[in-house]
Design a protein around this ligand. Structure first.
Ligand code: AMP
Length: 428
């Protein structure tokens, strides 16, 4: 129906002003930090074959069972808006034969992801992630490198109070033995568990650790722990990661109950938590996934990665509002008369284009404000100089701070403005 106003879907948000700037700024910062460590950017499509996530993320996970936006396209294919990045990056790694490149292959991405979740503060249905994946090394230094990079990104954004939780899920064989022990334990205490946990004893018993139900939590405090089921190799790997983190000055806490909601992890798992965020306190997390590439049809490839939520990082940094301010324009172009003549408009536009070309930040008055109102607007947006374009080929340049004014030939304007602004105006 025409005329009815529409709103963005629940759990999504338009990013306006400072928020949109914050997003661009975080991306830039990630590019710096990750580029410095040898990571190359990769962008994969926003949707993939549904099967990729069923196979890559795991049939029994919450993501695949409840949270995917899946649809059928015009030719009857089942497609899904990406709920996470790792499976798609592995698909691209295999599809483009990146395993033939010298290892390790280090990649990073930044973009929107989609999950049908209960929308609340810090939990959205479209959210942004920066993600990092590194292929081709079983070295614990790779695990430690990923963790250091996650912490570096958070710190660079000004997230101060964080806690790094670390654990190991071991090799799949250790995990299977543990799973059986945990299932037996859960069955022995079945009547004390929440219905939801009980229903998943067979499919996904580890998720019982994430339950918010007090009865379940009491039971889980006595549950067997995966760390006690790890073999020597797994324990040595975990120890090595801890030692390297110590070397990098990164505090961490061993958290034997850390269960990441994705099935593909092997050995190292970690999560960066910001307690100030309340219920949605996970800022980022990841781990090693040595079996995933083979599981998706590629050659056996040890690998690991992490993803961090951009909105969460910004919330944790207290920077979602306010602190991302544009550099004010250097110059504001105005007409001396309203309405301006065709010739004035033509010359003003030529000047605007030449100022931009010279690397200066400039804005043209395009709403028909009078000279007086236009000057007020120029001051309001924080411009340093106003350019008053009249009927002649000369323009007046007004310093909005001191009120001084000069007449300048139009073809000298760029040089004079640069001189007045000191160097190149605002830093790029
Ligand atoms: P995950 O892929 O579930 O390990 O998530 C990695 C990070 O992405 C989390 O630590 C959050 O910061 C962020 N994240 C995950 N799901 C959401 C969501 N629904 N809304 C906002 N951020 C999210």
């Amino acid at each position: 129906m025409s005329g009815q106003t529409l709103q963005a879907p629940r759990g999504t948000a338009d990013l306006l002003g400072d928020r949109a700037k914050a997003l661009a700024e975080v991306r830039e910062l990630c590019a710096q930090i990750l580029g410095q460590a040898g990571y190359e950017p990769i962008e994969t499509p926003a949707f993939e074959a549904t099967e990729l996530f069923a196979r890559g993320v795991g049939e029994a996970t919450d993501i695949v069972q409840k949270e995917m936006y899946t649809f059928t396209d015009g030719s009857g294919r089942s497609l899904t808006l990406r709920p996470e990045g790792t499976a798609a990056v592995c698909r691209a790694y295999i599809e483009h034969g990146m395993h033939r490149r010298p290892a390790p292959v280090r990649l990073w991405y930044f973009g929107p992801f989609f999950r049908y979740e209960r929308a609340q503060a810090g939990r959205y249905r479209q959210f942004w992630q920066v993600g990092v994946e590194a292929f081709g090394s079983p070295d614990p230094a790779l695990d430690a490198e990923l963790i250091v990079l996650l912490v570096r990104i958070a710190r660079a954004l000004g997230v101060e109070r964080t806690e790094l939780r670390l654990s190991s899920l071991g090799k799949p064989e250790s995990r299977d033995r543990y799973r059986q022990a945990l299932q037996a334990f859960l069955r022995s205490r079945e009547d004390e568990l929440a219905a939801e946990v009980r229903a998943r004893i067979d499919q996904n018993p580890l998720r019982a650790f994430d339950s918010k139900d007090p009865g379940t939590q009491a039971v889980m405090a006595e549950a067997p722990l995966l760390l006690d089921f790890l073999d020597e190799e797994d324990l040595a790997h975990l120890e090595a990661v801890r030692e390297l983190l110590g070397e990098a000055g990164i505090d961490h806490r061993l958290d034997p109950r850390l269960v990441r909601g994705l099935d593909y992890y092997t050995q190292t798992v970690f999560e960066l938590v910001c307690p100030d965020l309340g219920a949605q306190s996970g800022v980022g997390g990841g781990g090693r996934y040595d079996r995933l590439v083979a599981q998706l049809g590629g050659p056996p490839t040890p690998a690991g990665g992490f993803a961090a939520g951009i909105e969460r990082l910004l919330l944790a940094a207290g920077r979602f509002d306010g602190r991302f301010l544009d550099p004010a324009p250097d110059l504001y172009l105005l007409y001396t008369t309203t309405p301006a003549s065709r010739d004035q408009r033509r010359r003003a536009f030529g000047i605007l284009a030449s100022l931009w070309e010279a690397g200066l930040a400039a804005q043209l008055e395009v709403t028909g404000r009078s000279l007086r109102r236009g000057l007020a607007q120029a001051a309001k947006v924080g411009a340093r100089l106003a350019v008053l374009v009249g009927e002649e080929d000369r323009v007046a340049l007004k310093d909005l701070g001191s009120g001084e004014q000069w007449t300048v030939p139009a073809d000298r304007l760029v040089a004079v403005a640069k001189e007045r602004l000191g160097g190149n105006g605002h830093p790029a």
